[in-house]
Design a binder for this molecule. Structure first.
Ligand SMILES: Cc1cc2nc3c(=O)[nH]c(=O)nc-3n(C[C@H](O)[C@H](O)[C@H](O)COP(=O)(O)O)c2cc1C
Length: 356
């Protein structure tokens, strides 16, 4: 194949590189994978309404998230176990995000410590994704590590009290290789043997996590808390009432409750319920700059890309992940220009309409 031209090319190459086991883990979704498909298909149900003759000689893709400047409205979503995809793992993704000028979200179940990933890209903006442990002492120690290492927001993943049933990895028998360590999990187990299955990792996390924890984590860390996994107007209102600094409309890339809407379909009701009180982000199915444009038109401040960046990492390490972010940035710039917008802030609801 010629050099990858878009995210889909990276996806095909990543499938070859990763082999059936790792591919089943990274690519798969829950149950019948309906939500996984809807995440992508939802973008096809909206059309763009461009405006012409708008002087787009100068177009910027820059915006801000929680006051942090980013070069494009795409952040790097938290994705677990990145050293399974490439030996350089999260450190490579962090360097890629830094050179592309965006925020990297580090997963709790990363294969490197928050400090190591921070050291790989010093000075770059970074957020820490949190799964709350059953043991609050472990949770607060990890939050402290993240705060000490300069992570400037906590992303509380709220859609995973239990792990969704993902049959792909069950069929392939995928397991994390023994030589890939997960520092937070090793600590939680007192340095014991690595748990065998993904479900055993999740046994460490608390299914009792609740709205109260949003306030608790804000108080504990002094950091803004982004609630990730909101899909309804009801929960969007609760997130605002409980002091969330931002909301991420997400269904965990179709990996949790199968049958929930594609995220672009859930976005409008969340945006309406929030009434501008907090920033709303969206992840799920972002593969093209025009996907990002549609999410912004429907009220997202920014998007996060999970698999797209992971495919870049799997194929080409830091360079591959950076190339994916650059491709998305260039596609967003072109989409903005052809819509008649000179910046993300100029995209409005009028720039999209439901496909007939
Ligand atoms: C392989 C994989 C691992 C993930 N690990 C995490 C995680 O550790 N924490 C988390 O909050 N979300 C995790 N997610 C969900 C992503 O943050 C994000 O919501 C999702 O990937 C967005 O959909 P996309 O992959 O279509 O961009 C993971 C997703 C994938 C595909």
């Amino acid at each position: 194949m010629t050099a990858p031209l878009n995210v889909w090319d990276y996806e095909r190459l990543a499938e070859e590189r990763l082999g059936p086991g790792a591919w089943s883990y990274f690519a798969g979704g829950a149950d019948d994978e309906r939500t996984l498909r809807w995440n992508v298909e939802a973008y096809g149900r909206w059309q763009l309404r461009p405006r012409i003759l708008c002087d787009v000689a100068r177009v910027s893709t820059e915006t801000t998230v929680l006051g942090t400047e980013v070069a494009l409205p795409v952040l790097v979503a938290p994705v677990a176990f990145q050293r399974v995809a490439h030996p350089d793992g999260e450190a490579a993704t962090a360097r890629a995000a830094a050179s592309a000028g965006t925020v990297m979200c580090l997963s709790t179940i990363a294969t490197a410590t928050p400090a190591d990933v921070a050291a790989a890209a010093p000075g770059a903006p970074r957020w820490f994704q949190l799964y709350v442990f059953k043991d609050w002492g472990l949770t607060s120690a990890l939050v402290q590590q993240a705060a000490d290492a300069g992570y400037s927001a906590l992303v509380l993943t709220a859609d995973t009290p239990y792990l969704g049933r993902r049959e792909g990895p069950l069929r392939t028998g995928f397991a994390i290789p023994d030589d890939v360590r997960i520092p937070a999990v090793d600590t939680a187990r007192g340095g014991g043997l690595q748990p065998f299955s993904l479900h055993e990792h999740f046994d460490l996390f608390s299914p009792a996590v609740s709205w109260r924890d949003v306030e608790r984590l804000t108080d504990l860390s002094g950091l803004p808390v982004v609630v990730k996994g909101v899909l309804t107007a009801e929960d969007a209102r609760l997130a605002c009432e409980h002091g969330a600094a931002a909301i991420a409309v997400s269904n965990h890339g179709g990996r949790q409750l199968d049958g929930v809407p594609g995220t672009l379909d859930a976005l409008p009701e969340v945006v309406e319920a929030v009434e501008g009180r907090v920033e709303v982000y969206l992840d799920g199915g972002i593969r093209r700059g025009t996907d990002v444009a549609k999410a912004l038109a429907l009220g997202a401040r920014a998007t996060l890309a999970g698999r797209a960046v992971l495919w870049g990492l799997a194929v080409g390490g830091e360079e591959g992940a950076r190339h994916v972010l650059e491709l998305l940035r260039d596609e967003i710039r072109l989409a903005l220009s052809l819509l008649g917008c000179t910046s993300p802030a100029e995209i409005r609801r009028e720039h999209v309409a439901p496909a007939p």
